[in-house]
Design a protein around this ligand. Structure first.
Ligand code: SF4
Ligand code: SF4
Length: 332
């Protein structure tokens, strides 16, 4: 990728691969805290040393977390059991409203795994990932937004009493560890391996067509404060931006990328050979360097995390002994 518009920082980051660097770091952190949660579980079951219980694995529980999120919006009651789930949702929504689908593009560890499968597919097969015919692409994307909308309406309609009682279930308190164990079961490993191979062949179809949360964040990203903007007066119509776009956005025909599929990856900006033709901008006006985009996503994410920790909205209010008791319940 030719760093035509890069300054020294952009050039250095471009050589390492900015997505590999940022998403890789978030994925590595997620793997680390997942191991820590399993170690905590081992301690609770009396088979290991004590380690503090990590909170961020709650990000694996979108149904329970969105239920708690809507309960908070309706009543002001902030989930005391797995509060990190609400904080992660706030972070994902905030990064989407400011940096397109910034959460999907630069943070989500699940998306990173599927991006890796698509990348491996390109390397192994020696060609670009398959792109669906336009009619099918539009149909599948439309279906994804419909399902995302229905999913949100369903969760928002859960009654206050039901959402409250769900939070009091022992199952809810330990479901993050249960999910991790489930992913390690042979049948789930087989499904994950199959999905990996499918995405090697077809590209990251999970993030593009299937993930309902990506649909929610994509819809928020339409109103994003930051966008990629093309200046037709400077553009030389080489089409490199559209070819580089993994989200199949026709960047070379647009003035401003409002497409919900855009996750702000900045590949189009980085590949553009005409200085000033394609730029990252705030409110469509104020130009900034492409590398400030992932920096901004990360800074906003960490700021929300920091505020949550400082105000007591990150760590569970449940004593760790209670988590331990719940984990020892047969079947949990
Ligand atoms: S290449 Fe450009 S248009 Fe495509 S997803 Fe990345 S930032 Fe958005
Ligand atoms: S915006 Fe840049 S990469 Fe895209 S067509 Fe114009 S000159 Fe080429």
């Amino acid at each position: 990728m030719a760093p035509r518009q890069d300054d020294a920082i952009g050039e250095a980051l471009g050589k390492i691969g900015p997505r590999l660097l940022v998403k890789g770091a978030f994925l590595a952190y997620f793997v680390f805290i997942s191991i820590r949660l399993l170690q905590f579980r081992a301690w609770a079951l009396g088979t290991g040393d004590f380690v503090p219980r990590p909170e961020a694995v709650a990000g694996l529980l979108p149904i329970g977390s969105y239920m708690s999120f809507f309960l908070w919006l309706k009543t002001g009651f902030f989930d005391p059991v797995l509060p990190a789930g609400i904080v992660i949702i706030i972070g994902a929504l905030a990064t989407s409203f400011v940096f397109k689908r910034g959460f999907c593009g630069w943070i989500c560890p699940v998306g990173t795994v599927w991006d890796a499968s698509a990348w491996l597919g390109r390397k192994v097969l020696g060609r670009d990932n398959y792109r669906f015919p336009r009619w099918l692409d539009l149909g599948l994307r439309g279906l994804r937004y419909l399902l995302a909308g229905l999913f949100m309406v369903w969760l928002a309609r859960v009654s206050i009493a039901e959402a409250m009682s769900f939070q009091q279930l022992p199952y809810y308190a330990v479901v993050d560890a249960k999910m991790l164990l489930l992913f390690g079961a042979p049948v789930y490993l087989a499904v994950i391996a199959l999905a990996f191979v499918v995405m090697m062949l077809l590209g990251n179809v999970w993030c593009r067509y299937l993930c309902p949360l990506g649909g929610v964040y994509g819809a928020c990203g339409v109103a994003s404060a930051c966008t990629v903007v093309r200046d037709p007066a400077v553009c030389i119509d080489c089409g490199k931006c559209a070819t580089a776009c993994h989200a199949a956005v026709p960047v070379d025909t647009l003035k401003s990328v409002r497409a919900p599929e855009c996750d702000g990856c900045q590949d189009c900006v980085r590949v553009c050979p005409a200085e000033g033709a394609l730029t990252a901008r705030l409110f469509g006006r104020f130009r900034f360097r492409w590398w400030m985009w992932p920096l901004g996503v990360t800074a906003l994410w960490l700021a929300i995390f920091g505020i949550a920790v400082a105000t007591g909205h990150w760590h569970s209010q449940l004593p760790i002994e209670v988590f331990g008791q719940f984990m020892r319940i047969p079947g949990l």
